[in-house]
Design a protein around this ligand. Structure first.
Ligand code: GAR
Length: 210
């Protein structure tokens, strides 16, 4: 939790395209959230997310998981970069690895993730395709705190979208993505304002102080 009037320093972990990272960067730049991205880390050298950060002059670092003997050693390196940049919140934005105890212990209730489904439905990979195949009429996305499970942590915000008759995986994913780009910066804003109170599985959102 950050103190009021202090800009929250966000570290982003991303594996790919980085459109959620972009949404966070844009919201921060527009002054909509009292937070700024100070470092972007990726497990994939070719991740577009790294380029998006570099374009803004933000440190963007590829940490190759294969260069380490195990997950703990890999995450120690992530951790040292996050600490070096004074990160107060870690935002996973299309980071396609399970977070291990090294990072979880270092950032208790300070790691968020965005998932393209209305959790607890469709955790894990290919959430949009599985929602479509299952025949749901409403799909959506979830921002949640990260715990040791796969997309199981306390839910912060969700947004729903309709599934249309002629939807494909791509059209549904695009409709959901639009909502991801809206609620992820919103969740970071709430965190930065110190308004997220975790009570067991529930995340209470306290009212904005006037
Ligand atoms: C997003 O749809 C995000 O919700 C999803 O990957 C995409 C990343 O897009 N994440 C997961 O499925 C994590 N379980 P982006 O790189 O353009 O932000």
């Amino acid at each position: 939790m950050s103190r009021r009037n202090e800009t929250l320093r966000v570290g982003v972990l991303a594996s790919g395209r980085g459109s959620n990272l972009q949404a966070i960067l844009d919201a921060s730049e527009r002054g909509e959230i009292p937070a700024r991205v100070v470092v972007v880390l990726s497990d994939r050298e070719e991740a577009l997310a790294l380029q998006r950060a570099r374009d803004r002059g933000i440190p963007a670092i590829w940490v190759n998981p294969k260069a380490f003997p195990d997950k703990a050693a890999y995450e120690e390196t992530l951790l040292s970069h996050l600490r070096e940049h004074g990160v107060g919140l870690v935002a996973l934005a299309g980071y396609m690895r399970l977070v291990g105890p090294t990072l979880l212990r270092a950032f208790p209730h300070r790691i968020m993730n965005i998932h393209p489904a209305l959790l607890p439905a469709f955790p894990g990979l290919h959430a949009q395709r599985r929602a479509l195949e299952h025949g749901v009429k409403v799909a959506g996305c979830t921002v949640h705190f990260v715990d040791e499970g796969v997309d199981t942590g306390p839910i912060i915000l969700q947004a729903a979208v309709p599934v249309l008759e002629d939807d494909t995986e791509e059209t549904l994913a695009a409709r959901i993505l639009e909502q991801e780009h809206r609620i992820y910066p919103q969740a970071i804003r709430l965190f930065a304002q110190g308004r997220l109170i975790v009570e067991g599985r529930r995340v209470r959102i306290s009212p904005e102080e006037s």
